[in-house]
Design a binder for this molecule. Structure first.
Ligand code: ZN
Length: 244
């Protein structure tokens, strides 16, 4: 289980997820998939994305959008677009998907890695957007590395006694996580927000302790067509094309 495909914030975008799975298998023979939450919400194919993760036997944690769709958390914290999508998602989730979501932990520890959606301190809501928030979180997990999602921006924060580093994760770049402690976010498969609309993911090499970031184009127009057919908010449809 040395090579792991890291995915997060798939957001019911099956076209993007399948593009990532195909591209990842070209780059590497990954043996495991770890999903960092928000596999549903915003997008048009929630049941299909969850069943794809189940087929892959992915290790997954739950995100705020899963919890909202099954009524575990209130929609008050959601903006009107996210709320409309969460209500639609809640209405179409089938029984298998609901059972799958109910089985997901908020925090998972696998060897040297802690998996969460938001942050170790607040797995559901906190966004780790800068090194200060990252450093505050170091005392909230015991492993060397935390992998997280939620911001939809690929990034790696590294900490050693002498140094804090922020790796901006250009596509194709590799970050060594051998020394010190790290928080790594593979970015969003289904709704990137760093200005690059391509699907984002990362490959973790557990033997070498390094992470490689990747981007792959997918058929955005097809997903937008699916969303229009359902009647999801126009803002959510438009943002896919600009990666914001
Ligand atoms: Zn998300």
């Amino acid at each position: 289980m040395s090579k792991v495909l890291l995915v997060s914030d798939i957001h019911a975008n099956l076209v993007a997820l399948d593009a990532v799975l195909k591209d990842a298998s070209v780059h590497t023979d990954f043996q495991a998939v770890w999903s960092l939450g928000d596999a549903v919400g915003y997008g048009p194919r929630p049941n299909e994305c969850l069943s794809r993760l189940a087929e892959l036997d992915a290790r997954s944690v739950v995100g705020n959008h899963e919890l909202a769709a099954v009524g575990e958390i209130s929609l008050d914290e959601f903006n009107p677009y996210a709320r409309a999508a969460a209500e639609w998602t809640g209405g179409v989730l089938d029984e298998v998907s609901r059972l799958y979501i109910a089985s997901l932990p908020r925090t998972e520890v696998i060897g040297d890695f802690t998996l969460v959606h938001g942050s170790p301190a607040d797995p559901v809501w906190e966004y780790i957007t800068d090194p200060l928030i990252a450093v505050r979180n170091l005392e909230h997990f015991d492993t060397a590395v935390c992998v997280c999602g939620h911001t939809h921006v690929p990034i790696a924060f590294g900490f050693s006694p002498e140094n804090i580093s922020t790796e901006r994760s250009e596509p194709g770049s590799t970050v060594s996580i051998k020394d010190g402690r790290w928080l790594v976010n593979p970015g969003s498969v289904g709704q990137p927000r760093d200005g690059d609309p391509r699907a984002s993911y990362a490959i973790l090499d557990r033997d070498e302790m390094r992470v490689t970031f990747h981007r792959i184009e997918y058929n955005i127009e097809e997903v937008q067509r699916q969303m229009m057919e359902i009647g999801l908010p126009a803002m959510l449809i438009a943002r896919l094309a600009i990666g914001q």
